[in-house]
Design a protein around this ligand. Structure first.
Ligand SMILES: Cc1ncc(COP(=O)(O)O)c(C=O)c1O
Length: 371
């Protein structure tokens, strides 16, 4: 199989699995237990907390473990004071857009920031929303899961900070692929997910600036400084920590490798007549390429590629399955017919130059059959 869908999820790194196994086999203690078995789990969770903190340059006490990126995003939005306004970009992941819509239905003013044809949030659009709507909280993703476009969060943060507007960034797709530094970004909250960086599914974190007023989604035993009750998923947290440690240590070599593969991939794609690479001129993640082919049905192409053992996505994995064109491409003003043809390739550790060559060969054959 040629797996080209690493933005949907990544395989667990064998070193991560190795680190997790003792906590699945022998060290099963509840991290709240005061006896040795419990203390072993507590120490493991604390180590992971430090590893995550190191990845994004914060103190360990600023890390709240969650069940994943979705929960971290939902938790971030609880920082909104009653009736206060919220602004989010049109291309956020559904785990921001859906809770934002619910908050709106509950009476919070909601502004949706458009993007330009490259998928970038424009500073003047943000300035206008700050001036006209005065939101209390803004949520802008660092890197988009479909196009891979990287936003200039540090730049957008400046006017927000000077007006005491909270800024959250969804860094789920960025972490492990580009440097993510909480302070340099100038945000007050940041979401991470383990399974996007070769850790296990079902673990994530919200990083928060001390003093941020979050309202827990889950109430109970008071774990995670009262921000997230529930017995810690120790093995998954240990795996997330190990994955974060490896991502930090290997970031430069990983992104260099991916960038090389991406150059090869894009050169191959450009040799297909009529093919259009979305957001081609915007800063993008080193692993992500989304393209469209006029008169091609993206879902059909995906299925044909699958029959050749190639796994790709026709847009956002979490939102795919419908015939609606991707809302991200729609927000960029891409023609709906072209948007319906979209295929996303997201490269990762297992991919080789030979696989890219093979993928391009098969894609060319399939596209020529369409014509
Ligand atoms: C940008 C982005 N944010 C959040 C999420 C949700 O993360 P999780 O799958 O850990 O809930 C995803 C998953 O695809 C994502 O791509």
């Amino acid at each position: 199989m040629i797996y080209l869908d690493h933005n949907a999820t990544t395989p667990v790194d064998p070193r991560v699995l190795e680190a997790m196994l003792p906590y699945l086999k022998s060290f099963y203690g509840n991290a709240s237990g005061l006896y040795k078995l419990g203390r072993l789990s507590r120490t493991a969770v604390d180590t992971a907390r430090h590893q995550i903190a190191e990845l994004v340059g914060v103190a360990a006490s600023q890390v709240i473990f969650t069940s994943g990126g979705t929960e971290a995003n939902n938790l971030a939005l609880t920082s909104l004071e009653p009736a206060a306004g919220l602004a989010v970009s049109a291309i956020e992941h559904p785990s921001i857009l859906e809770p934002a819509e619910r908050l709106h239905r509950q009476g919070h003013p909601l502004s949706i920031l458009g993007v330009d044809s490259d998928g970038l949030i424009r500073q003047d659009t943000l300035d206008e929303i700050i001036r006209a709507e005065k939101p209390a909280l803004v949520s802008l993703m660092l890197a988009n899961n479909e196009t891979g476009v990287i936003q200039d969060i540090a730049r957008h943060a400046e006017p927000l900070r000077s007006q005491n507007i909270l800024l959250h960034t969804d860094a789920v797709q960025a972490a492990g692929k580009i440097p993510v530094d909480f302070k340099a970004l100038g945000v007050q909250m940041l979401s991470l997910s383990s399974h996007k960086l070769y850790g296990p599914k079902g673990a994530g974190a919200l990083i928060f600036e001390k003093g941020a007023r979050l309202s827990p989604l889950l109430l109970g035993g008071g774990q995670e400084q009262n921000y997230r009750s529930g017995t810690e998923n120790v093995a998954a947290i240990v795996g997330f920590g190990k994955a974060a440690e490896l991502a930090k240590a290997e970031l430069a070599q990983r992104s260099e490798r991916l960038a090389g593969l991406k150059i090869q991939l894009e050169a191959g794609l450009r040799s297909i007549s009529g093919l259009c690479i979305f957001s081609e001129n915007a800063p993008r993640l080193p692993n992500t390429v989304q393209f469209g082919l006029p008169d091609v049905d993206g879902e059909m192409l995906l299925m044909k590629l699958d029959r050749h053992g190639i796994a790709v996505s026709s847009g956002s994995a979490c939102a795919s399955g419908g015939k609606e064109p991707s809302y991200v491409l729609t927000a960029m003003g891409i023609d709906p017919a072209l948007a319906r043809s979209a295929i996303r390739i997201s490269l990762g550790s297992s991919n080789t130059p030979e696989q890219i060559t093979r993928f391009i060969e098969i894609l060319k054959t399939l596209v020529s059959q369409e014509g």
